[in-house]
Design a protein around this ligand. Structure first.
Ligand code: C2O
Ligand code: CU
Length: 476
């Protein structure tokens, strides 16, 4: 009897902890991949591009025959793709048609803090927020999503997210025909109730973890490609899940960009791991008529990553040839911190805190001279986290004293911090001093962020740091 009990207890607990979450064998790849539309700007006589983004509710058919209540931007689920060029001046109207406040944050954008769309730039129900700024950073796949303190997970999970693409002379040499050989892939895990609604059950230490995957809001998707070289822009817009992307035939591809810009040179690989908020651009070569499946392998990141089929890719029988991928991609020198750069340390633990503090909207945690470069050292003493800094780009200097893998040596704004690791970043900050509007740094596992794993910093006029009060002078 004792042995039986042991077997039963062991069996049950083993089942709970080890059963791999997977959809492999379940999909039929029946639905054409949805492509987020490019939002058309109106262009003023001085060239300013004006975009309107309306946050609204809707219903979406993900699972066959089931209508799901969702939120979206200019549509029922997710948002349109904003595409601009370096040097453009943009103005936005963000209209909130929800019956509760929200925000829209431009993740990965260098811009004045008051335009950032973080938790201090709330848009009341029925209100409109109209930021404007000049795009002044290298080409990158950035994105936008709400950033309400305590409710970011819910608002993103219900569908509020979209791509914001910046191009420049370097990036235009890559396949750039949107939807043809330049295809965004927004990857999100979802949990559905039996009647097809989005379940927000968040009973894990990582919050909500889904067992179904949507790509661009498409369940069970396939995509037909007509070019021999296709650039996929991968965005992990999941609340917590990490993906180790690859193809089921183990084909290699070229990684050409990290979150915040092109790599110096393409890196040939067959896997690329992205934690929530991270992006990668990859270029995949196809032969006429072939098929493969974009897949997520278990990477052992410690963030629940399961194993999933994501998207079947079918190459047409005739493919348009594209120009070979350049050997030199980015013409921008890598981010280097000066020898005497200020070093700041950030401690992460099992708790949703940074440096033993929970986020406080009225407390400034760090005061940073605008336009400078610093070294930020993140020490993770528990669980798996990642780290994102607003209004900044960084280069990963080392992970536990070792250089990061080659594909992670470009410009980034979000980085995975393995359990137990020390990660050092050379951070290049935005150059818009503003002592009234704080910017955020945080774990991008949304449950952790909502629980308070976030801090605030000000970018101030260099030399004035010591005069700045760490109590917030005013709130919007
Ligand atoms: Cu993607 Cu602070 O956000
Ligand atoms: Cu975390």
């Amino acid at each position: 009897f004792g042995l039986l009990l042991l077997v039963v207890v062991f069996g049950l607990s083993g089942c709970k902890d080890e059963k791999p979450v997977t959809n492999v064998g379940k999909l039929h790849f029946e639905n054409p991949l949805k492509l987020p539309q490019l939002v058309e700007p109106t262009i003023a006589s001085d060239g300013t591009k004006h975009f309107t983004l309306t946050i609204q509710t809707g219903t979406t058919e993900f699972l066959p025959g089931k209508m799901t209540d969702t939120w979206g931007i200019n549509g029922s689920y997710l948002g349109p793709t904003v595409k601009v060029s370096r040097g453009d001046h943009v103005t936005m109207d963000v209209v909130n048609k929800l019956d509760e406040p929200s925000t829209l944050h431009w993740h990965g954008m260098k811009l004045p803090a008051a335009m950032d769309g973080g938790p201090h730039q709330m848009i009341e129900a029925g209100g409109t927020w109209s930021p404007n700024w000049t795009i002044d950073q290298p080409a990158a796949t950035t994105w936008y999503h709400p950033h309400i303190h305590g409710k970011t997970a819910q608002h993103i999970y219900r569908g509020l997210a979209g791509m914001f693409l910046i191009d420049d002379e370097d990036s235009k040499k890559l396949p750039s025909d949107y939807g043809v050989n330049d295809i965004p892939l927004i990857v999100q895990d979802k949990l559905f109730t039996s009647d097809g609604q989005l379940s927000e059950k968040d009973d894990t230490t990582f919050g909500t973890l889904g067992n179904e995957i949507l790509v661009n809001g498409t369940y069970d998707p396939y995509v037909k490609v007509t070019a021999s070289q296709v650039r996929f822009r991968l965005l992990n817009a999941s609340n917590a899940r990490a993906y180790d992307f690859g193809f089921t035939d183990d084909r290699s591809f070229k990684v050409v960009a990290n979150d915040a810009g092109l790599l110096e040179k393409p890196v040939t690989l067959d896997r690329v791991m992205l934690s929530p908020g991270e992006r990668a651009e990859i270029v995949v070569t196809f032969k006429p008529g072939e098929e493969t499946i974009l897949h997520s392998y278990s990477s052992g990141s410690g963030i629940e990553n399961g194993e999933f089929d994501l998207l079947k890719v079918v190459a047409a029988s005739k493919l348009t040839e594209s120009a070979p991928i350049a050997k030199q991609l980015s013409s921008i020198p890598p981010i280097k911190a000066p020898k005497d750069a200020k070093v700041r340390q950030f401690k992460l633990t099992m708790k949703s805190e940074i440096n033993d503090k929970k986020m406080d909207m009225n407390r400034i945690d760090e005061v940073v001279p605008a336009g400078t470069k610093e070294i930020w050292e993140i020490n993770n003493f528990g669980s798996s986290h990642n780290f994102h800094i607003h209004d900044a780009a960084f280069r990963v200097l080392d992970v536990n004293g070792k250089k990061p893998p080659e594909y992670e040596r470009g410009r980034k704004d979000t980085v995975f911090i393995p359990n137990g690791a020390t990660v050092r970043l050379a951070v290049e900050f935005g150059n818009y001093p503003d002592q009234n509007h704080p910017l955020m740094y945080h774990c991008h596992l949304l449950r952790h962020e909502d629980d308070g794993m976030m801090g605030q910093f000000l970018l101030v006029e260099p030399g004035t740091e010591s005069q700045i009060s760490t109590k917030l002078p005013k709130t919007d």
